[in-house]
Design a protein around this ligand. Structure first.
Ligand code: PEP
Ligand code: MG
Length: 594
């Protein structure tokens, strides 16, 4: 039977092809079953099924309550309210009555019931009461998931070769997906630098985010072709298309294998300028792949995952052994450990008492650590102790916005060092301290900040988010997230100059560092290092080896005269890409389909 060849576009965030069957896992938005009229004899079973779904929701919520840490226990009244609501006559009794009186299935009855409640709430004058409809929606979705959805644990248990299709996945969900050797995933939410996308690249899972209504567009078990570079999905492909994609996939895999083999060659331009190409990692398990791909160190170790994966805070010893192990594996190369950057889209509910309306600008990263000194000090102790083993750890502080903040962070570090000295615990007295420039105010005063530290790392993911005012997880503005915006290029230049004037090196560790097409620009801007997802290291190194610094500077001179990101992009496509025919294969899906 000829396939439908339906084409959908999202944002390609992790390259690679996947050809396989869809698995809809998102609990929230799994399609409700069809509306079904029941035979008389099935009605009591259906009522029982509904009651069981409610009971499961109540048990889940009771379970959630036990996960709330002691110090935030008073917040558990919110969960209590949900539990009461699940058992409330408004939902419980009404849905049961609808099943029995109208002979319909539980999902349909529940939907009807929620519709009635929604109408009732819409007519309420009181804004507060009106807004309680969200609680009703939350609880009813929970029950609906138990009726129709797959279990959340199935993320871990899935051990098939599936393409996961979800409304949303948290960075943790994404990390768990790896366990099941997922082929790829597609979500409705997210942008190129959302942490979910970053984790996908870390695990080398082809991924597409920001594909609107994906849960409605794709059915469970449908055959899909996914191109994680272009963001395109072909639903129900015909056999010709399938064949072409198998060939494309083979070519891509052969190219990837070839560049990995060459990846240990140095990142040196044809006129002998060397730049440090490093990798970003989130988990210990990735470090071996960092070495295999020729990275010259870890330019960013995101330390959040040990905090997000556990209900309990990690102990100093757990952190110590993690940091120590990474330092030992990567030795003699450097491991740059970033202190905890929790908050924003790396939300760990158990650490935050309040929900913030704007978490990206809220209690995140260094702000959280300076408030939660105990948590911060435990991490610093672990980092310092691990630094004594191979003396190859650099430390950096995220989201610094001003001189006071870096001074405060350093003074906490000094306190911790003093404590360790008193306890005769060794650490590397010469451990280098750096900061991430990712807030516009830090960029503006980079000259002042440069006096405070040994190195800068530019976190372009956030610097772009905050300077262009684009939420990195908001798909509606994802198209505006442009590293080639002239403002971004000027900011990088200013930071590099400020760092170099003070004699400190400057690296980029945001996602733009791993974009091969940007390499000539980043070289021309004078960066000392680029740190990226391990997957990109071989390709970026290969491009560096094929270009001269003189040529890169000429490109940059031209680009500096351009006034829009699209002009810069066009310039790169016309002038840079053709120089590297092997490295920018035009696997444009549309041409394959033509
Ligand atoms: C950045 O903001 O560019 C960065 C590297 O940090 P993260 O993506 O973890 O916020
Ligand atoms: Mg950041």
């Amino acid at each position: 039977m000829p396939g439908e060849n339906k084409i959908l576009y999202g944002i390609g965030v992790s390259p690679g092809f996947a050809i396989g069957r869809a698995c809809l896992v998102n609990k929230k938005k799994v399609k409700a079953q069809k509306h079904i009229f029941l035979q008389k004899e099935d009605i009591s079973k259906e009522v029982e099924r509904f009651k069981k779904a409610v009971l499961m929701a109540v048990n889940d919520l009771e379970q959630v309550k036990t996960l709330i840490p002691e110090k935030y226990r008073e917040q558990s009244h919110i969960v209590d309210a949900y539990i009461l609501l699940a058992k409330d006559i408004m939902i419980y009794d009404t849905t049961c009555s609808k099943i029995m009186d109208e002979n319909i299935n539980a999902e349909w009855a529940l939907l009807k019931c929620i519709e009635d409640i929604r109408e009732m709430f819409a007519n309420i004058d009181d804004d507060y009461l009106k807004s309680r409809i969200h609680d009703v929606k939350y609880v009813s979705e929970h029950i609906m998931n138990n009726l129709t959805g797959k279990e959340e644990q199935s993320l871990e248990k899935l051990n098939g070769r599936y393409i996961i299709v979800a409304d949303d996945l948290s960075p943790i969900d994404t990390a768990r997906l790896h366990v099941g050797e997922t082929m790829a995933f597609i979500t409705s939410l997210g942008g190129k630098t959302s942490h979910t996308a970053i984790v996908a690249r870390a695990f080398e899972i082809p991924a597409i985010v920001g594909l609107e209504n994906v849960i409605q567009e794709i059915n469970d078990n449908e055959l899909l072709i996914l191109d994680g570079a272009t963001g395109m999905v072909i639903v129900d492909p015909d056999s010709d298309t399938l064949q072409k994609y198998y060939e494309q996939q083979e070519r891509f895999e052969a190219y990837s294998a070839r560049i990995v083999r060459e990846s240990h060659l140095p990142a040196e331009t044809t006129d002998h300028y060397r730049i440090n190409v490093m990798a970003n990692v989130e988990l210990l398990e990735e470090v071996v792949s960092v070495i295999d791909r020729g990275a010259e160190g870890i330019g960013l170790y995101r330390t959040e995952f040990l905090y997000m994966n556990n209900k309990e805070l990690p102990s100093e010893d757990e952190l110590y052994s993690d940091y120590r192990e990474i330092a030992e594996i990567i030795y003699p190369k450097i491991n740059t450990i970033r202190t905890l950057d929790i908050g924003g889209d790396k939300f760990a509910a158990h650490l935050f008492p309040d929900t913030e309306t704007n978490p990206a600008m809220g209690l995140r990263a260094i702000r959280f650590c300076l408030r939660e000194r105990g948590i911060f000090k435990t991490q610093l102790r672990a980092i310092l102790r691990a630094s004594s083993i191979c003396k190859n750890i650099n430390l950096m502080f995220p989201m610094i916005s001003g001189v006071n903040e870096i001074r405060q962070a350093k003074s906490v570090l000094e306190e911790v060092k003093n404590d360790l000295r008193q306890e005769n615990q060794p650490f590397d007295e010469d451990m280098k301290i750096g900061l991430l420039i990712e807030v516009p105010s830090a960029m503006v005063i980079a000259d002042l900040l440069a006096r405070e530290v040994d190195f800068f790392s530019i976190g372009t993911n956030d610097l772009i988010q905050y300077s262009l005012a684009i939420d990195r997880v908001n798909k509606n503005v994802a198209h505006l997230y442009d590293p080639l915006h002239p403002a971004v290029l000027r900011m990088i230049r200013q930071i590099v100059d400020a760092g170099h004037n003070q004699g400190i090196p400057v690296t980029i560790c945001g996602e733009m560092a791993g974009e091969p097409m940007y390499v000539p620009i980043l070289l021309g801007l004078g960066l000392d290092g680029l740190s990226m997802n391990p997957f990109s290291v071989p390709r970026v190194k290969k491009i560096i080896r094929q270009i001269s610094m003189a040529q890169a500077k000429l490109f940059l001179d031209d680009i500096s005269l351009l006034s829009t990101a699209s002009d810069v992009n066009k310039y790169l496509l016309e002038n840079v890409v053709p120089l590297f025919p092997d490295d920018f294969p035009t696997y444009k899906v549309s041409s394959i389909l033509d």
